[in-house]
Write a protein that binds this ligand. Structure first.
Ligand code: ADP
Length: 403
């Protein structure tokens, strides 16, 4: 069985075609600057092997359909292609950011489902319209191919009301659907299962705190395989400090800033999402650049890194308390998987909680799941590479099997 996974943004999309028998990536790629005069496509055949064949094309892609038409042509291309016929694709999995309370599991897309996803767009105005567009394009270009929507929120649907409710007038929940939803769900689900696997246990038998630290960052508390709390909220702006997002701040700040600066609420929202976080403090949002600036003695970069690690440490403490006992602390995503400095700083001083990192194990670079905890420390600290595309493809497979 071959499954195509599509992660669609407003002016770009990423794709991966996976062989579900071997869990190998047959090809992957990215189409970006859609609608621009200088679009670009990068397509990789056999990306995980030494037979990789990479094609980069500059081109004009007026819309997502044009980009997808080119990708589909490449899939059966004699050189770059990996299929004899497009009918070999069994299904397409689409990342959809917001599933609301309606979609608590991955769902086969029908017209009714699409209409309901569309109704959720006010809750994710930057993201859901893009996901919908990806689905519509596939329905048009690959009409034989069932589409499955996999929601970023679905893994968090098991949170209890005391974790997902905000202490606001109840009508805001009933009438405006204001509550914590959480995001990065496919990653938290995949990594918590892999962490259990690494420990040789069933997901039902472990409590895990997962730290997904990429450009966007979120922490989740997973009890016996089910999410019980997560740091992102109504939107992916809440929680720990991120590359350009502020994370948790006093909720009075936006109104205060509107009054003080005369900025519109939309402008403030954009500042909180795009010009805050690590970038707001030191002007840099890529962690590698921040380390270079720290090494060069940039005090603001040092402050940004300190604030970032401190915000993560606070959530680990909070979620340890939520879970009562902890079987693993798992780091994942770009920073979580690669940045030993952040992992060490986050865990420093948590020895009293049974959390301690072994410096040599922490320094090892690897793309494999691994333990980095110090000998004798009670809680295994793990690095578990995430694989959101495989997690989406596995969700698609489950939906197809249940049909
Ligand atoms: P996204 O949320 O866009 O999927 P990623 O998971 O790719 O993001 O993570 C991007 C972050 O990971 C960036 O801040 C980047 O600097 C950081 N990162 C990637 N590689 C390294 C590395 N070797 N050391 C430190 N940070 C890294």
């Amino acid at each position: 069985m071959k499954i195509m996974v599509i992660n669609c943004g407003s002016s770009s999309f990423k794709y991966q075609l996976l062989d579900m028998l071997t869990h190998t990536v047959l090809c992957s790629g990215l189409v970006e600057r859609i609608g621009d005069t200088a679009g670009r496509l990068v397509h990789k055949k056999n990306p995980d092997t030494d037979t990789e064949c990479k094609i980069s094309e500059d081109g004009v892609f007026p819309d997502h359909t044009a980009g997808m038409m080119r990708v589909v042509a490449l899939l059966t291309d004699p050189e770059a292609g990996v299929l004899r016929d497009l009918s070999e694709i069994s299904a397409c999995g689409h990342r959809v950011v917001q599933g609301g309370e309606e979609f608590i599991r991955s769902t086969l897309v029908t017209k009714e489902v699409l209409d309901n996803v569309r109704k959720l767009s006010p809750l994710a105005p930057l993201h859901n319209p893009a996901g919908i567009q990806g689905i519509e394009v596939v329905m048009k270009i690959l009409p034989h191919c069932p589409s499955v929507a996999v929601f970023d929120t679905e893994f968090h649907a098991t949170m209890p009301p005391h974790a997902y409710m905000y202490a606001l007038p109840y009508a805001f929940y009933e009438e405006n659907r204001v509550r914590r939803y959480g995001f990065h769900g496919t990653s938290h689900s995949y990594v918590s299962r892999k962490a259990a696997d690494f420990l040789g246990k069933a997901p039902e038998d472990v409590n895990v705190v997962v730290c997904h630290l990429g450009n966007g960052c979120s922490i989740s508390a997973v009890r016996a395989g089910k999410c019980v709390d997560t740091s992102m909220g109504l939107t992916p702006l809440a929680g720990v400090i991120m590359g350009t997002r502020c994370g948790d701040i006093d909720p009075a700040v936006p109104a205060y800033l509107c009054a003080q600066t005369g900025f519109s609420p939309e402008k403030i929202d954009s500042v909180l999402n795009r010009e805050s976080g690590l970038k707001g403090i030191c002007g840099l949002n890529d962690m590698r650049d921040i380390h270079a600036a720290c090494a060069a003695g940039n005090a603001k970069a040092v402050l940004a890194l300190d604030m970032f690690c401190y915000s993560i440490k606070k959530y680990i403490g909070a979620y340890y308390a939520v879970l009562g006992s902890l079987d693993a602390l798992a780091f994942t995503a770009g920073i979580g998987e690669n940045d030993d400095i952040t992992r060490a700083a986050v865990c420093a001083g948590l020895e009293g909680l049974g959390i301690a990192v072994d410096p040599a194990a922490n320094a090892v670079r690897s793309s494999e799941p691994r333990a980095i905890s110090a000998g004798g420390a009670k809680v295994p600290v793990l690095v578990i590479p995430t694989n959101e595309e495989l997690a989406i493809a596995q969700a698609v497979q489950r939906v197809l099997q249940e049909r």
